[in-house]
Ligand binder design. Structure first.
Ligand code: NDP
Length: 293
């Protein structure tokens, strides 16, 4: 078994991004600029946004955070998004999910200018992705592709089973792995909570992408010898053993699955770190007007 090491790959790619950000500053006189909007005080969201902002600073981007109380109205939030859309000093805009129940996430996603949608959730970007056109690819699937590429994992002709069909991870991942591209050219099975014979299907996979949100969901008996295992899950449990007061678990029973896998991502230290790279690369591409001019 070998590790798909998110820490190693993300540090390496951050060096590249830092060099490119410096070149953007030298030619345009401005740094790539990411704006994040955070609503409420969800512990997980706070951590993710803080990490995104910190990583922006590390690679020489400008970052700005707008925080709103959970009681903010949908109208006020949409007005702020419109204002940022018009700001020519902003390259990327993300609104951290989940949002409070009274705010429609679809409206929020569609209000963000697709040319600044560096999370890649806007229907224009998803549609362009379907058609294999230049677009912002959703950050987590993008990070996974970069990881597969870095380790030169063979994907062509392989059976890839994606577990979970969310708009932000499972569904786009299934499309990307089926594309006529590298990484891609897989035969893909997209599974979810209504899938029959899930265990059997996962057992037939050469590549497993687990994006369910349930600790230890993928057990050793579901994994074929030599499979490549990508664990997207981040399941947070309170713990008295860590400084932060919580511990993270993936969707894969790492201890028992790892000995059977050819390659596997750890949690933490795997896909989570690569998601940030996907976001940084999209923001950089936006600043360089590589996708939309
Ligand atoms: P969602 O809750 O949106 O989707 C979960 C998916 O899992 C759904 O499609 C659901 O099926 C499926 N599912 C749930 N139970 C079962 C089951 N018993 N059998 C088969 N399928 C099941 O989650 P996300 O995609 O947003 O996130 C998944 C995990 O990844 C979470 O732990 C999240 O924290 C983590 N995550 C990690 C990121 C990273 O950077 N590493 C980024 C984003 C998410 P159905 O559609 O039928 O309900």
């Amino acid at each position: 078994m070998e590790l798909l090491d998110g820490k190693f790959v993300s540090e390496k790619l951050k060096e590249e991004i830092t060099r490119e950000a410096a070149a953007v500053l030298a030619t345009t006189g401005r740094k790539p600029h990411l704006v994040a909007i955070l609503v409420g005080n969800d512990g997980g969201s706070e951590t993710y946004v803080a990490s995104k902002m910190k990583n922006c600073e590390k690679v020489g981007f400008k970052s700005s955070l707008f925080r709103y109380d959970e009681s903010v109205s949908e109208a006020e939030l949409l007005a702020k998004i419109e204002e940022i859309n018009k700001d020519s000093d902003v390259d990327g805009l993300i609104v951290q999910l989940p949002l409070p129940k009274h705010i429609d996430p679809e409206k929020v996603t569609e209000t963000i200018d697709y040319r600044k949608d560096v999370d890649g959730f806007h229907p224009v970007n998803l549609g362009r992705m379907m058609r294999n056109l230049p677009c912002f690819i959703p950050a987590t699937p993008y990070g996974i592709l970069l990881m597969l590429e870095e380790y030169k994992i063979e994907t062509s002709g392989k059976h890839c089973v994606v577990v979970g069909r969310s708009n932000i991870v499972g569904s786009p991942m299934s499309i990307l792995m089926a594309r006529n591209a590298y990484p891609g050219n897989c035969t893909v099975t997209l599974t979810h909570s209504r899938t029959r014979n899930l265990e059997e299907t996962v057992r037939s996979a050469d590549i497993i992408v687990a994006a369910i949100g349930k600790k230890n969901f993928i057990t050793a008996d579901m994994v074929k010898d030599g499979a490549v295992v990508i664990d997207v899950g981040i399941n947070r449990e309170t713990s008295t053993l860590t400084k932060s007061g919580y511990k993270l678990y993936g969707d894969v029973d790492f201890e028992n699955v790892a000995p059977k896998a050819s390659w596997i991502t750890p949690v933490p230290g795997g896909v989570g770190l690569m998601t940030i790279i996907g976001l940084l690369k999209n923001t950089l591409a936006s600043a360089k007007k590589e996708i939309y001019s």
